[in-house]
Design a protein around this ligand. Structure first.
Ligand SMILES: *Cc1c(COP(=O)(O)O)cnc(C)c1O
Length: 404
């Protein structure tokens, strides 16, 4: 049992009024709030050890480097990567996917195939389209059914000896579907295809083990797992990271530079050109510690309760359609009310202090599938309460009365 009221005190932002009402923050899939320890870690860094990493012999630079590298070690442990140097710091999920898609250019030939899915965030669609444009490779898409689940039989038919990489999300940000990624990974490996998992929505809600999954790449952002914006990671198996050429060129990523030829730094620095977001990197480590303290399995259990309660209550409202009805879901509730635009519901509940996301959620193909302009999306975190959900449902009912 989580002591929610006590946990809420860790998040200063929650204790305020928005539009004169106590804030109810239900937009956690867009970004999570930050506990005070994470905010403090950023401040402490700038007040005490601010200096550049990996460069200086001076004391502060060494302290900054140690603190920053400590996060890499924590990520390796937390996600059970085999080697620390398999964790590459990036600005977030988007950059991690772009890194792989960009570096894969040299490994693809015309008519090779890249597989993504109907459930992807634009971040896991556009980089692969750009890769296909550069190389003449062909983009294939695993379809989904009406519940918002991937159709694995169709996936099996898409796989063939030309498949070079499969990129799918672990959890859908728009519908909440948890995809059977272990099966997806194992099937791809039968064809020696690499598999990249977009884990942005999975890591805040479940324990992920890279070696058990046997994925080749895994991407996530700190800001959706209680850490700061501007930092995230790419996990890549050592053999792939050796095979891929660097993404960005610059400082930090070289061994030796002459005008004739440059040799690259060892992993992970080969993929980390330029000065990183050091403060955010350090605070990311603090966020991981915080998550470990609360316990991600406690989080999953509690968030599931919230999701079931919210689902049951929203279905009592007339003319509601829920999008994403898989049995296997993380805490995302996407819905519409007949003849009402999602934006109008979002605006009215905002006046009541409730933050939800409305729109296409960077997943326009999903909206095209359901033939809708967008949805209202409430996404829950462990600091949300049943009382907040009750108030949210009341607010939706009120919006419905005003708009119909
Ligand atoms: C948020 C999100 C992204 C993009 O993450 P950034 O932090 O904006 O780079 C990609 N995929 C999914 C599933 C997401 O939820």
């Amino acid at each position: 049992m989580l002591a929610i009221q006590k946990i809420r005190l860790d998040f200063p932002i929650l204790n305020q009024k928005v539009n004169n009402k106590p804030l109810i923050y239900l937009d956690n899939a867009a970004t999570s709030q930050k506990p005070k320890v994470v905010i403090d870690a950023i401040e402490t860094y700038y007040k005490t050890i601010n200096s550049n990493v990996h460069r200086g012999v001076h004391t502060l630079s060494q302290l900054a480097t140690d603190a920053y590298e400590q996060t890499r070690n924590k990520l390796q442990n937390y996600f059970n990567a085999k080697h620390t140097h398999e964790i590459i710091f990036t600005r977030g999920t988007t950059e991690s996917i772009n890194l792989v898609a960009s570096s894969f250019t040299s490994l693809l030939n015309k008519n090779d195939e890249v597989i993504i899915s109907a459930l992807e965030h634009h971040s896991n669609i556009v980089p692969w389209q750009l890769l296909c444009e550069r190389t003449g490779a062909i983009l294939r898409v695993i379809p989904m059914n009406e519940k918002g689940e991937l159709v694995l039989d169709s996936y099996k038919k898409l796989l063939n000896k030309n498949t070079k990489i499969v990129a799918v999300s672990h959890v859908s940000n728009a519908l909440g579907t948890i995809n059977p990624i272990k099966e997806i990974i194992d099937l791809a490996h039968q064809y020696d295809a690499a598999v990249l998992i977009d884990g942005a929505q999975a890591v805040p809600h479940m324990q992920v083990d890279f070696q058990a999954l046997d994925c080749d790449f895994y991407c996530a952002s700190a800001h959706k797992m209680y850490g700061p914006t501007g930092i995230g990671f790419l996990y890549g198996k050592e053999k792939w990271l050796h095979k891929l050429p660097p993404y960005h060129g610059g400082g930090e990523m070289i061994k030796e530079v002459t005008f004739e030829k440059t040799t690259y730094a060892d992993l992970p620095h080969k993929f980390e050109a330029g000065t990183p977001n050091i403060a955010a990197g350090i605070a990311f480590g603090t966020a991981i510690e915080y998550l470990e303290k609360i316990g991600v399995s406690n989080i999953a259990t509690y968030e599931n309760e919230l999701l079931h309660y919210a689902t049951q209550e929203i279905l009592k409202v007339e003319d509601v359609t829920i999008y994403g009805t898989s049995e296997n879901k993380a805490s995302v509730l996407s819905f519409n009310i007949k003849n009402i635009h999602p934006f109008d519901i979002g605006s009215i509940v905002d006046k009541l202090g409730i933050a939800v996301r409305t729109g296409h959620h960077c997943t326009q193909p999903i909206m095209q599938f359901f033939k809708i302009p967008g949805t209202v999306r409430a996404s829950f975190s462990f600091y949300n309460t049943k009382e907040e959900i009750t108030l949210f449902i009341e607010a939706v009912k009120r919006a419905k009365r005003m708009l119909s």
